[in-house]
Design a protein around this ligand. Sequence first.
Ligand code: SGN
Ligand code: CA
Length: 523
Amino acid sequence: NFRHFCFLALGLSLFSCGKGKLSSTPQRPNILLMISDDHAVQAISAYGRPISKLAPTPNIDRLAEEGVLFTQNFCANSICGPSRATILTGKHSHMNGFVKNDRTKFNGHQPTIANILQEEGYQTAVIGKWHLNTLPVGFDHYEILNDQGEYNNPDFMTKDTTIQRMGYVTDIITSLTKKWLGDREEKKPFFLMMNHKAPHRNWVPAERHYRTFEQTTFPVPSTYFDAYEGREAAGQQKMNIYRDAYEGHDLKMVAGVGSDSLLYDPWPHVFMERMTPEEQEKFLAAYRERNDDFYTTPRTEKEKAEWKLQRYLQDYLACVKSVDESVGEVLNYLEAEGLMENTIVIYTSDQGFFLGEHGWFDKRWMYEESFRMPLLMKSPFDKKQGMVVDQLTQNIDFAPTLLEMTGVDIPDEMQGKSFLGLLDGTSQDWRKSLYYHFYEFPGFHSVRAHHGVRTDRYKLMHFKVEDRWEMFDLEQDPEEIHNIYGDPAFAEVQQMMHQEFEKLKKEYQVPEEAQSKNKSSKS
Ligand code: SGN
Ligand code: CA
C-alpha cells in the first residue's frame, strides 16, 4: 500500500544520501521516545512562556528548531501511569484499563507500540521511569526505576536483578541510554524509550545545579493567590505550594539558622537517606545561605508564600536543566553515530504541571497547565525545519502516528489518530475537540474526579460525584478564573459544548458507570 511504498522510498533515499552507520538495505526509521516526568510547557523555552525565559532549554528546543513544535498537545488523563498506558496503547484510560496510578496493573499484552514493533522486527528497550505496576512486555531490554524511583543513587530493575547505581538519576539514565544504543544490533531498527524521573517531586537537582538558579527570581503567576471563586473543586485540593508542600521534603527548608535538620519529610528513605554522608553535607551546604536568610530576613505571610514559590521553581528548573543536558548529550550521540537522519526523535512528558498557577504544584486537573503536554519532534517526515502544528493532538495519537511512520498497520482498537498528515499537510479533516477524564479520587492532592471536552476555544468540565459543571472561554480567560457555566450570555456555546461532550463519549465508548457516582471514583 501507499504507506509501505513511502517508507520504502524514504529508506532508499536515506540509503543514497545518508552517511555513517546506515546499512545497505533500506532501514525503517528508528524511534527515540523521550518521556520526562511532570515537565510542563511553561518550563521549555521553545514554548516561550515567561518562566522558561529565565531557565532556557536549548537542547530540547533544538527539536523544535530542526523539527516540529506541537503547541496544542494534551493528555487524556493527567497522571503518570495512565498517561504512559495511553501513550503505549493509543487508547483512553477506560479502554486500556489503567485509569489510576494506585493499585492498577497495566496489561502489557494488549497491542502496544512496543510489542507491535517488537513483532515487526524492531529492537525495543525502555530505560528509566516505568511506573505501570507490572513489568514491561514487548521490550527486549529494560532498566527501570522501582515505582517512582529515587533521585540519588537509585535502584534499577532489569530482567534478572535489581541494582543500585551510584550517581544522579538523570545522568545515569542518559549513560544507560547511550550504552544500549552502542551495544545494539545495528542491522535492526530500534524503538527506545528514555524516560526521565526528573523533574518529578521532590525536585532534587544534580549537585552541579544546586545553586544554578539561586539568584534567579522567577515571575509570580498572576493567579498565585487564587481564591477559587466559582470553582468549588479547585478550592478543595491539597496541592498548594504555600500550604501543602512539605517544608523539608519539597522545599528543602531546615529547622533554623545553621541547622542541618530538615523540616517535615515523611519519606526520608527516598530522599536524604539515599545520599552518602558526603553528599548530604554538600546538599545542606548548598542551600545554607538561602535557608539562613529565610530566618534572618523578616517576611510577611505573603512574602513567605512567594519565597516558597521561588524555592520550588529554582529546584524544579534546576532538575529540568539536567534533563535538557541529557537531551543534548543523546542528540549529539545520534548525530555522531550518523543516526539522526533516520530516527524519529520525540520529546514529551507524561503530563503538564502547575508551576505556581492557582497557587499549585502537581497536575491531575483538566485546567490548561496540567492538561497540556509538551511535544517536540524531529523526524525524516518533516516537510521543513521549524514547523509549528497547532491542531488539537493528544497522547492517544502517539502510537498510531509512530506505527504509520514505521509502515505498520494500526490496530482498529487504537482510538487515537496518526498525525503524520499534519506534518506533510495531507490531513484535511482533523478533530475539533478532545476528551479528558481524571479518575483518581480519593487520592493524593484531593483533586475531584472529573471529565470534559475542550475545543480550540472552550472547555466544559464535569465533576462527576458532585455533579458540578465548569466552563471556560479560553480566548477571553486563558487563566480559567471565570466559570461561565450557566451564564445566559454563553447559552448557545454551552449547548454546543454539551453536544460535543456527548459525541466524544459515544465515539470513545466511555461506559456509563465511569461517568457518574461510580465505584472507581468512590473506592
Ligand atoms: C507521588 C507524589 C505526588 C504525585 C504522585 C503521582 N508525592 O505520590 O505529589 O502527585 O506521586 O505522580 S511524592 O512526594 O512522593 O513525590 S506521578 O508522576 O507518578 O503521577
Ligand atoms: Ca508524572
